[in-house]
Design a protein around this ligand. Sequence first.
Ligand code: TXA
Ligand code: MG
Length: 299
Amino acid sequence: MTDIKKAIDILNSGDVVAMPTETVYGLAGKIDNPNAINKIFKVKDRPFFDPLIVHVSSIDMATPLVKDFNHTAQLLAEAFWPGPLAIILEKSDKISDLITSGLDRVALRMPNHQIALDLIGELNCPLAAPSANKFKKTSPTTKAHVLEEFNNEVFVLDGGDSTIGIESTVVGIFKNKVLIYRPGMITKADLESILPATIKVSYEQSPVAPGQLKHHYMPNKELTIATDSFEITDDYAVWTLEDDPVVVARELYSKLRELDKSPSSKILFILNEDFKKNEKWDGILNRIQKAQTHDFYFT
Ligand code: TXA
Ligand code: MG
């Protein structure tokens, strides 16, 4: 039996599997099975107020899940799917309140990973899948990360290292505007480049997304972010971030896990002052700000 076949059997029995995506690994369950959805929250220790992203393998699979897959959604999906963009629209009755934590909107995404697309396509059912990590902890970008996170208790489809490395950009779509709830590798400029000027794109500062707590993605050790002038002592396991945000995003969560296991008692990330020049840093800064213990550099 192939691994995909095995994953399909597990999913059809109402259980969960971990699947690779290009952003991070997800912990997946069928949207029409309440036991599976409940298990996702249980395995992650995730509170029920934090809604799940639903994954599809085509735009056709997405449209019945919402009331109106409108023109803006169509433009974004055609431009960025499969890819690291989650689109939030008003849900249809195919999506339970458990998935959306009682909100009337649902987040949808078509991942750009062949194994995930094959899995969802062959199963012929959308999969609810948050990142496959314990609540508030660092997201997994390899099969080994997931096994470690859940003590080998979850079946994991191996899709290699996630190529993007940080979670998708999450956007809410409204009549004449698009709100960015979570920054990611698809930037505001990327979104604007394919939308008509009548649609305004902006960052949503007050998080209506209930899961967007101040602390998230956290290692077990104290993490400090600083620029090069910081005085480094022996207590720190240090990572000096490269200049290319694409490379940093890909390595970020592996580094966090690696340094968390090192003999040093604390973790330090050193960041070049020039980071603000490229919007692709937004997603990374959002993650490391939430992962850090102190508001030393960022407030
Ligand atoms: O890249 C990704 O998006 C990964 C992979 C597995 O696809 N998934 C992921 O899921 O990061 P999760 O659950 O770790 O993060 C989903 C975020 C949360 O901050 C959640 O609050 C928000 O999306 N979200 C989900 N549904 C929402 C909704 N209906 N309204 C507002 N925010 C929502
Ligand atoms: Mg997550």
